[in-house]
Write a protein that binds this ligand. Sequence first.
Ligand SMILES: Cc1cc2nc3c(=O)[nH]c(=O)nc-3n(C[C@H](O)[C@H](O)[C@H](O)COP(=O)(O)O)c2cc1C
Length: 241
Amino acid sequence: MAETIAAQENQEHAVIYLPPPKLDGRISFEKVLAMRRSIREYSSEPLTLNELSQLLWATYGVTEPKHGFKTTPSAGATFPLVIYVIVKPNSVRTSNGFLDPGSYRYDPYTHSILLVKRGNLIRELYKACLRQAWVLRAPVNIIIAAIYERTTGYYGERGRRYVIMEVGHASQNLYLQATALGLGTVAVGAFKDEQVKSIAGLRTDEEPLYVMPVGKPTRRYSLKEKDLLEYIEENRRLYQP
Ligand SMILES: Cc1cc2nc3c(=O)[nH]c(=O)nc-3n(C[C@H](O)[C@H](O)[C@H](O)COP(=O)(O)O)c2cc1C
């Protein structure tokens, strides 16, 4: 029901208001950490709009409404990151069908996505990512980009380092949220910057830093406590100070 109300599309501006993110989940934080792996094989199952909403919020959504602070820390609260999502045809289920394929820009403040480029962009993105098959197979690819100037404007050259650190935070948030939802992702850093930028319709001052395919894993990873303890014991035997 929430999805029906929240997923209304304003056709004129092609804005999708996402369902509200959930602030609770079913798996403990420790289990999520233990289960996180880079996942590169996905089933053909689409995601739901609720899942996409949750993934985007976890990556870079607002957690402190007074100042608009987010799920990541940010040097000087400059928040240089911009999140895009590349949607394949029939890959994100809504209450009345599927999201149109294309590239969408996430707005954390209204928790909405704006269609910036319509069409099936996935083959081009796959080629720009050096033909990594997981990019092609995933129902969505979340791109984490940065506007360096937001942070270098305050910190000069050192701001570049801060931006790259922040991307790591956002990427890990996405990994962990995907895991908690029973989904899988992988941080892809190997791609042709200019091509990804043009395919996804990034603005001139936005630089892509990660492409993260997300889908339903064909296999889940799990860690047994016994195996971890044996591993630690074995290493203590091998590497005594
Ligand atoms: C900066 C960075 C770039 C990466 N680039 C790629 C990539 O282009 N393609 C890919 O399949 N995995 C990529 N990875 C994922 C690593 O291969 C993966 O994290 C590593 O093998 C450890 O596996 P785990 O994530 O399951 O612990 C990247 C990871 C990082 C941190």
